[in-house]
Write a protein that binds this ligand. Structure first.
Ligand code: PRP
Ligand code: MN
Ligand code: MG
Length: 181
């Protein structure tokens, strides 16, 4: 609610850098999936901005679906045990799936999703993630399309939240420690 500049330390990735990178990734995806139907699955809520901007960079049609998941158990960190809040509307059998995520942190959410989607008989499953924190990985995730590798600082903006706030910021920025301590 107060001045946003006081709540952030540094901008890690600017709006311009994001859009340039998404255009690059879109060109790769177009060529990799030439002649194939493509199903984009966005992981709510963080992936909303990436999905909106990335999908509109594609010069082809795709089907878009959404899945909402949440880790349960105590604490704010992903436990790896994931609960489905909103399931897909699409049957995955035989589909070429590209999961669209804002960030890979521990990797636990995607690890669970990969297994879940594979069990539904998808023809192929790949991942696009705007951000990745290599030093935070608890499980290795094979992500074909990565935007930016970033340090382990707590980041917000462009879909990423702290306690549901800051998702609407245009850049990805480091949250000032005084906000959460
Ligand atoms: C965040 C982020 C990823 C996940 C990454 O989602 O959007 O989906 O955590 O963390 P992990 O690699 O450690 O599993 P969150 O659970 O905060 O829900 P949200 O997308 O609604 O913010
Ligand atoms: Mn998320
Ligand atoms: Mg979140």
């Amino acid at each position: 609610a107060a001045d946003i500049a006081d709540q952030l330390t540094t901008v890690l990735v600017t709006e311009e850098e994001i859009h340039e990178k998404l255009a690059e990734l879109a060109a790769r995806v177009e060529s990799d999936y030439e002649g194939k139907d493509l199903l984009l699955i966005g992981v709510l809520k963080g992936a909303v901005m990436v999905m909106a901007d990335f999908s509109r960079r594609l010069h082809r049609d795709v089907v878009i679906d959404w899945m909402a998941v949440s880790s349960y158990g105590a604490g704010t960190k992903s436990s790896g045990v994931v609960q489905i809040r909103k399931d897909l509307d699409t049957d995955l059998h035989g589909k070429h799936v590209l999961i669209v995520e804002d960030i890979i942190d521990s990797g636990l959410t995607l690890s669970w999703l990969l297994e879940n989607f594979a069990s539904r008989g998808a023809a192929s499953i790949e991942i696009l993630a705007l951000l990745r924190k290599p030093e935070a990985a608890k499980v290795e995730i094979d992500c074909r399309y990565v935007g930016f590798d970033i340090p382990t600082d707590f980041v917000v903006g462009y879909g990423l939240d702290y306690d549901e706030r800051y998702r609407n910021l245009r850049d990805v920025a480091v949250l000032a420690p005084h906000v959460y301590s």
